[in-house]
Every structure is written in C-alpha cells, then in structure tokens.
Design a protein around this ligand. Structure first.
Ligand SMILES: N=c1c2ncn([C@@H]3O[C@H](COP(=O)(O)OP(=O)(O)OP(=O)(O)O)[C@@H](O)[C@H]3O)c2ncn1[C@@H]1O[C@H](COP(=O)(O)O)[C@@H](O)[C@H]1O
Length: 116
C-alpha cells in the first residue's frame, strides 16, 4: 500500500459512528436528508434497498474489481444501519448477540439445530 493510500486509511467511520449518524439524520427534514427520506417511506422500502445492495455486493464480489467490493460494502453497511434504525434495533443489541456466539464454532451451532 502506498503512503497516500495509508494516509487515506486514517479517516475512518466505525459502524458505531455510522449508526449514530443514521439515527441522527433520520430525524432530519426528509427534503434535506436521504436517510430521513428513505425512513419516511417505511420499513418495506428500507428492506428492499438493503436487498438490492446485498445483490450488488454479491455481484461485485464475484466479478468486480476490489474497489467496487469496498464501495458496495459501504453501501450495504449504510443501508443496514438504516434498517436497524427503522426497526429501532441498536448496534449494541447486535453486538450482544454476536458475543453470545463468540467461542462457539459455527459448525457446532449448525449441528445443534433441531432438524425440522
Ligand atoms: N453512508 C451513506 C450512504 N451510502 C450510500 N448512500 C446513499 O444511498 C443511495 C444508494 O442507493 P442507489 O445506489 O440505489 O442510488 P439511488 O438510485 O439514487 O437510490 P434511490 O433513489 O433508489 O433511493 C445513494 O443515494 C447514496 O447517496 C448514503 N447516504 C448517506 N450515507 C451517510 O449518511 C450521512 C447522512 O446522509 P443524509 O441522510 O443524506 O444527510 C452521510 O453523511 C453519510 O455519512
């Protein structure tokens, strides 16, 4: 990585920052904020956008350049933050769920599921 690229890496937005920004902008005037405009359309539209962004990232992962994967991941994380705001789920709640899974193999969890 070049020095210039390294310098760019110092300006970063964490998932916590992103969910805070989205929660705040969601209360703004929809004419001034994409976030507020999207939230005003309801959870169905928010979920639709998240699905579209997921497909775009999947396509980029298979056949796009690395930069496209990064950009589509940023889009997906933003729309995920909007979905969490729409359903009033905090990032902390998701982090607690992740913590419950830490230390247990995904394979063990899968094997423990009751077969239907
Ligand atoms: N990180 C993002 C972010 N990522 C993506 N997007 C928007 O998400 C949309 C992506 O959807 P598409 O590519 O489908 O574009 P589109 O066709 O124009 O979208 P639609 O008309 O279908 O909704 C674009 O309009 C992007 O601008 C984002 N909009 C906002 N943020 C963050 O949210 C903050 C607040 O933004 P506002 O709410 O607009 O003030 C910003 O400062 C950023 O930090």
């Amino acid at each position: 990585m070049s020095g210039e690229e390294m310098a760019d890496m110092t300006a970063r937005v964490s998932l916590e920052d992103l969910t805070d920004i989205v929660a705040e902008r969601g209360r703004a005037d929809p004419s001034q904020s994409y976030t507020a405009k999207l939230l005003a359309k309801g959870v169905g539209e928010v979920a639709k956008k998240l699905g579209e962004e997921g497909v775009e990232l999947a396509l980029a992962a298979v056949s796009g350049p690395r930069e496209r994967v990064i950009a589509e991941t940023a889009d997906l994380l933003y729309h995920l933050a909007v979905l969490l705001a729409a359903r009033e789920v905090s990032l902390a709640e998701v982090e607690v769920e992740l913590a419950k899974r830490t230390g247990r193999s995904g394979l063990a969890e899968k094997a423990s599921r009751v077969k239907e």
